[in-house]
Ligand binder design. Sequence first.
Ligand SMILES: [Ca+2]
Length: 474
Amino acid sequence: MKHSAHPQIKETFMLAIKRTVVALLLAILSPLCVGAADRPNIIFIFADDWGYGDLSSHGSTFCQTPHLDQMAKEGIDFANFTVNSPVCSPSRVAVMTGQFPARQSIHQHFAGVTSNRKRGMPDWLDPLGPSLPRMMQDAGYKTGHFGKWHLGGGAGMPTEDQYGYDAYATFNGSKTNDIKKDGLASVDHAVAFIKQNKDQPFFVNLWLHEVHLAHYPLEKYLKQFHDLDEQQRVYASVIAEGDEGVGRVLALLKELAIDEKTLVVFSTDNGPEVTRGEEAKIHHKGDPGLGGYYSVGETGGLKGRKRSLFAGGIRVPLIVRWPGVVPAGQTDKTSVLTAVDLLPTFLEIADGELPDGFVPDGENVFSAFQGEPLQRSKPIFWEWKGGATQDENWPSLGVRDGRWKLILNKELGKRELYDMEKDWAEKVDVSQQNPEIVQKLVQQLDVWKKSLPQAPDPRCCVNPKQTDLKKFKK
Ligand SMILES: [Ca+2]
């Protein structure tokens, strides 16, 4: 007697085979479907202290940035991008967390423990908090951080990998893989990482030193700019070095034939450093680096520099390039973008997911990267707690909502309102003519302030016992 399986068993068996075949096909096909086109590599190049006007394509009067100018020709140059703080650490925290840095009580640059505590800050960014590289890692990306860190310090600080990096080489970091800050050492490490990971999606944070103090101009550039005056010659040299770093990355992508599956984004963490007097020719005694006398960056006519909530301190270049996806040669003067938008945008592009319960302060702006001007839905908030060491550093809070930007300092009783659609350079204060708008924006700032923590998280402090929570209530 011929055996035949019970019909129900046979059906179940066939179903199991079908499921296995489908699963196998999906396993084989999914990397292809979700691969090259949909899951590009992402490289975020974050320069340090560049002014909006430091690019030759932005009208620099003495710098030359051929690689960035070329990048802009091949992508979109956004004219309305702001960072979320006018100084380094909090601006970088916004990129890393996708939230305004005050949500982490990070109001200023990380310094020593005593300074941090006086400012109501922790000693390092919370490694268990929201973290862009960890989200990219969870999305299946290889992640690397090369160059500046400046996200904390002191005994017990986390190492960079605890934030979700597979590889790192940093200065001003944990010193567990310390590199030189000058001479594009960060680019060398990024290049090696990209070569090693070229066949899989990767995410790179490349945070350049140039043109932050101290300046270490290379001889070849000093020769190239020999006809400039002493200050401009040094500054143009360090800008040129940063530009060379960008050029090396872009050339590598072409060489590896991954140019068309790599999104490259260039920006800088805050506006240009204040130019100091002749006494600041040398940055520090015993350090060959040159000082703030040579920090002659340009804002492109914008008011304020580093440490100011006026546009010169926070509006910086944003150039986005991804051949075939980001249209070439456009300048977007309409979309209002900000640094906290980068995290949700990168996650969208990476086909990743925002963690449960995480509320980003920014929005996914991928459509703007694809050439569709964006109508922003979320307001942008800023705070500055560093005091007024320069005339234009007086604003301690700021908000941009729609066409309006309000900056104020309650202690000084000062407030100014700008119509950003008519007045890109913030030249005309229109607060007197628009009292209702001022009132509404002040209320928005009050609500935002109330949503912020009142003291740093003791878990992120060198000596939690010294973290007197009441002392920092404001
Ligand atoms: Ca900076």
